[in-house]
Design a protein around this ligand. Structure first.
Ligand code: ATP
Length: 272
């Protein structure tokens, strides 16, 4: 088991209110799996992703990545027993891709894609060469010296994918990375991300409220209820769909039946 989440709950406290975003969520993800967190707006998907990224401390429960405890935080004594501490290697092991590309406008594409390597102190001639090769692989060879404003939205998201993969993270967290794109660019980028992650055997978690996208991209889908977010159902995508790249999966005869059953389940959840 690569990612293990056990009885995780999270409440946001403000001066006047307490909002329970997640309630007793338990799930696991295998190495190399692509899973989606699907659910209506406000069901806690981004909160869960931020907890897995180590950015938010959950109120309750535990998260382990590749056998290393992330939450709850270990005691100082337990951390000291691990070489280099427990949380920093985990944070480096996680790559985040968001709806907005967050490329720095004053840096060139090359500088942007090498940023993570620079920050983590892992920029070497080899890692730089790998990042530039990946840029070329995904069709952006030749734009290294361009600034983000000189690229289209789809090209910028591709550059953001390279920046995310450049540090060779063990786990990729994708928070609606396709939702700001037009339909054609979105379908092309889904295809590219799926193929790239397959090729590099990455484990990935995609947050989306798009049922079709979740079916086309995933091995399994975790469906969450509206607030407070609870895991209500896990859908295993049938082999004939999950072995197809996303565009072919969308054309497959098994696709619409699965879409309808997830749609019905989501409708029922939202009408409660
Ligand atoms: N910093 C915060 N302080 C207080 N409440 C918050 C905070 N962040 C999120 N929430 C609340 O927690 C709940 C879950 O939010 P979250 O963003 O995780 O949901 P989501 O499923 O990702 O939604 P969406 O699909 O709209 O992005 C929502 O009710 C939201 O209003």
């Amino acid at each position: 088991m690569f990612l293990a989440i056990d009885r995780l709950s999270h409440t946001y406290f403000t001066k006047t209110t307490a909002v329970t975003a997640l309630d007793q969520v338990s799930l696991s993800v295998e190495k190399g799996e692509f899973v989606s967190f699907l659910g209506p707006s406000g069901c806690g998907k981004t909160t869960l992703l931020s907890i897995i990224a180590g950015l938010i401390e959950p109120t309750e429960g535990s998260v382990c990545i590749d056998g290393e405890p992330l939450w709850p935080r270990e005691t100082n004594a337990a951390m000291a027993r691990r070489a280099g501490g427990a949380d920093s290697p985990i944070r480096r092991a996680v790559g985040y891709m968001l709806q907005q590309d967050y490329l720095f406008p004053w840096k060139t594409i090359e500088e942007n894609i090498l940023l993570g390597l620079n920050i983590t102190g892992t920029l070497t001639p080899e890692t730089k060469e790998r990042a530039l090769a990946l840029l070329a692989e995904i069709g952006l060879g030749g734009v290294e010296s361009y600034y983000p404003s000189q690229l289209s939205g789809g090209m910028r998201q591709r550059a953001a994918l390279v920046r995310t993969l450049a540090t060779d993270p063990k786990l990729l967290l994708l928070d609606e990375p396709f939702s700001a794109l037009d339909q054609q660019t979105k379908l092309k980028l889904e295809e590219l991300v799926w193929k790239t992650l397959q090729q590099y055997e990455k484990t990935a978690v995609l947050v989306t409220h798009d049922i079709e996208e979740a079916i086309a991209m995933s091995d399994r889908i975790f469906l969450f209820s509206p607030r407070p977010g609870r895991l209500v159902r896990t859908f295993a995508i049938p082999d004939e769909l999950r072995h197809c790249p996303p565009f072919a999966a969308r054309q497959h005869s098994a696709f619409s039946a699965l879409f309808q059953s997830i749609w019905k389940e989501m409708e029922a959840l939202e009408s409660v």
